[in-house]
Design a protein around this ligand. Structure first.
Ligand SMILES: [Zn+2]
Length: 114
């Protein structure tokens, strides 16, 4: 690897992001044209969108879908638990209220009715 190659590989990220100075850009451009090694290195700095389009669906994506499914299921269970807790609390409150306001059917009242 020549000193030029080292400089060009150092500048590759800056060149790709268009952050390099005009002189650096010129140097990198010219060198990339004549050096296949550096061209190969520079290919690593392709935009992310084009890379995503080229690569097949990886296990990572499938794992993510699985994880999302798991999280949805957990959220549903949490909601169900909360609903039962809420319904139970309301039921207890209603019973308590009925008992306090004497609308509650106690054993004695039932006997009176009968
Ligand atoms: Zn080179």
């Amino acid at each position: 690897m020549s000193w030029k190659c080292e400089i060009v590989t150092d500048l590759a990220p800056l060149y790709h992001d268009k952050e390099a100075s005009k002189a650096s850009r010129k140097l990198v451009k010219e060198h990339l044209r004549e050096c296949p090694e550096c061209r190969a290195y520079y290919k690593k700095y392709r935009p992310v969108e084009t890379m995503a389009a080229e690569e097949p669906v990886s296990d990572g994506v499938e794992n993510f879908v699985l994880l999302a499914k798991k999280m949805r299921r957990r959220r549903q269970l949490l909601w169900l638990g909360f609903l039962f807790y809420f319904a139970g609390t309301m039921w207890a409150l209603v019973l308590h209220h009925q008992y306090k306001t004497d609308k509650f059917l106690t054993k004695n009242k039932i006997f009176k009715i009968l």
